[in-house]
Write a protein that binds this ligand. Structure first.
Ligand code: SAM
Length: 372
């Protein structure tokens, strides 16, 4: 299939919305992509939903475009990021809370004795004490201000510049504890003394923006999204898990520690399979649930990448498989021919393993569906 002209590539990738960069997330799509489809298939005041919301890209674009943005993701990290973007507090209130917390943070009273070695190896004791204080103090599930601050903390937890709190390491994902341990020894890395509150204020200046419309975020399994009402959604723009290599829990173990979660436990809740049959079962259930939430004239924009078989040279056109085996039997119709999008700048997660090992390919396909 020939590549179509993908008009969203003419837009600035981040749509000049700095808040998208609150925290990096694996397999995130560029904001220009949901922006394009939201503009094309909805109007102001409509409800836009992303049932696999990740870092909340669709939700944030929707609220910036005066639509109601609703996100859902089973990963607590994705839930936090979507929540923070769906209800942004006033800047002054965030600043006051950071100031209040920094005054309350009595370093001599905070113990880091119980913290696991794999976390201790990343942070200077001073920084770690502040992190432990915030980990215990922020009530991010209840308070929007705390959620915004927690999302900024996870955004600066690791990276390779002075804007980040850890030893020098990638910002996008967490390498395995053993790999990091050996890397530290080999490169004789020392733990930098960084003040969390100072870096939070800088991060706020870098990324703060406030959409006028508020959205919502949920943390349910995509196959049972009881919080989303029947026939309430005008447009779904989403990208399901498909690469069969990404373990969203395992590769976020550092950020999840801050949320009091273990990567392993999170992965048990998320969908993951190597089997096309199981993938189709899952997508049938997910699409059926999306259908329930969609208004009769609503549409779904589904972004699914091709995947390579690990044992052969076969490449699966997963989007076409989902169309034929899941969407059509549920009564969905293809609104226009499948759009194929070559990813030129390798923003996909496969870069982590190099071109060979990751089995997400450089082709994404976009299905635009409506109910028959
Ligand atoms: C390709 S990512 C979405 C990325 C998103 N478009 C963004 O820009 O950040 C797929 C998401 O599906 C979520 N997920 C996996 N299994 C799930 C399930 N059973 N229910 C809900 N969400 C799930 C993962 O946590 C992940 O965030």
């Amino acid at each position: 299939m020939q590549d179509q002209i993908c008009e969203w590539k003419e837009f600035p990738k981040n749509m000049n919305n700095r808040l998208h960069s609150l925290c990096s997330y694996m397999a995130m799509f560029p904001p220009s992509l949901p922006h394009y489809f939201i503009q094309k298939y909805s109007k102001e005041g409509d409800t836009i939903f992303d049932p696999f919301s990740g870092r909340g890209t669709t939700v944030l674009e929707a609220v910036f475009m005066n639509r109601i943005g609703i996100g859902n993701d089973r990963n607590p990290l994705a839930y936090l990021l979507t929540k923070a973007k769906s209800n942004v507090p006033q800047k002054g209130r965030i600043l006051s809370k950071i100031d209040k917390l920094s005054k309350e943070c009595n370093m001599s009273k905070i113990s880091i004795d119980g913290v696991e070695e794999k976390i201790k190896m990343l942070y200077n004791d001073y920084t770690l004490r502040q992190l432990v204080f915030l980990k215990n103090k922020l009530n991010w599930e209840k308070s929007n201000i705390d959620a915004f601050i927690a999302a900024m903390v996870v955004g600066i937890m690791h990276g390779n510049s002075k804007a980040y709190l850890s030893i020098s390491m990638p910002n996008t994902f967490s390498m395995s504890p053993n790999y990091v341990k050996n890397y530290i020894i080999e490169h004789q890395l020392s733990k930098p003394k960084r003040d969390v509150f100072t870096l939070l204020n800088k991060k706020l200046d870098r990324c703060y923006q406030r959409p006028t419309i508020r959205g919502k975020a949920y943390n349910q399994d995509v196959t049972k999204m009881s919080k989303i009402k029947n026939s309430s959604v005008d447009l779904i723009v989403t990208s399901p898990p498909y690469t069969r290599v990404i373990r969203y829990g395992k590769f976020n173990w550092i950020r999840l520690w801050f949320l009091g979660e273990s990567g392993k436990e999170v992965d048990k809740k998320l969908f993951f399979t190597q089997s096309i049959t199981k993938y189709c079962d899952f997508m049938t259930k997910a699409l059926n649930e999306m259908k329930r939430t969609l208004k009769s004239d609503g549409k779904i924009v589904l972004i699914i990448g091709d995947v390579e078989d690990r044992t052969s040279d076969n490449v699966f056109n997963l989007a076409n498989i989902v169309l034929e085996k899941c969407a059509k039997p549920l009564g969905f119709n293809l609104v226009k021919p499948i759009i194929s999008d070559s990813i030129s700048d390798n923003t996909k997660v496969s870069k982590i393993w190099g071109d060979k090992k990751g089995n997400a390919t450089r082709t994404d396909r976009i299905l635009i569906l409506n109910k028959v």
